[in-house]
Design a binder for this molecule. Structure first.
Ligand code: SF4
Length: 226
């Protein structure tokens, strides 16, 4: 009997070693191991590392920095834009510059902090001249976004502009028709709204800001911020 128990314990220890080698630090019921979030952080940072070194599409040749994304990896709310612009490429961070400042203001007005949401783009490297990403670039890059969504598991994704909205909703319909109401992607609520850089470019048109704010209020209601 004792021999059998020893064999079982050795087998369990062997399995735990194997899981640790895979980077899984937490096994339910194993109180000696650190909290489960550590393994998520580890997976997330190795994903970011992979993105920073990625050369899967020609945009790798042109970038200064890949921009994986930024924020809380347990966020209820994600913002997804189309791709990094000039400032983002230089700094390796998403949504910096004027459009980024505006997005930060919107997030604060929604009673969130920038650090408590997750901000990223459909593609992680800057297309030249800030053109829209091409379909083969999106195809090459989309796995990173899917993985981020899988790990974060947000309740709501706000898509900023046409590119991410069409990507998630698999449609050619424009943002003006799709914004302002929830759609669904794999059980996650999607709220399309205008891209902050579109608001910056059309500053004199106050109705655009008003529409974005109406959209964000619907998101706040779902996330208990109203
Ligand atoms: S855009 Fe995406 S797929 Fe292309 S090089 Fe950058 S990270 Fe890789």
């Amino acid at each position: 009997m004792e021999e059998k128990i020893d064999r079982l314990l050795a087998q369990i220890e062997g399995n735990l070693d194997y899981l640790r080698e895979l980077g899984i630090d937490y096994v339910p019921g194993d109180k000696s191991l650190p909290a489960g979030d550590l393994s998520k952080k580890k997976v997330f940072s190795s994903l970011e590392q992979e993105i920073r070194q990625c050369r899967k599409c020609p945009l790798a040749e042109l970038r200064k920095n890949a921009v994986p994304g930024e924020g809380c990896i347990d966020a209820d709310l994600m913002f997804v834009g189309e791709g990094p612009g000039r400032d983002e490429d230089l700094q390796g961070k998403p949504f910096v510059g004027r459009a980024g400042e505006l997005l930060t203001k919107i997030i604060k007005a929604m009673k969130f902090e920038r650090e408590s949401v997750y901000i990223t783009n459909v593609i992680k490297c800057r297309p030249p001249g800030n053109r829209n990403p091409k379909s083969h670039e999106i195809e090459a890059c989309k796995g990173y976004l899917f993985k981020q969504i899988e790990l974060i598991s947000p309740k709501v994704i706000v898509t900023l502009g046409n590119v991410p909205t069409r990507f998630f909703l698999n449609t050619k319909t424009g943002i003006t028709s799709l914004r302002g109401r929830f759609h669904t992607y794999k059980g996650i609520r999607i709220m399309p709204t205008f891209h902050p850089s579109y608001l910056v470019r059309n500053e004199e048109d106050r109705s655009l800001k008003k529409m974005v704010w109406l959209d964000m209020q619907k998101v706040m209601a779902v996330l208990g911020k109203k």
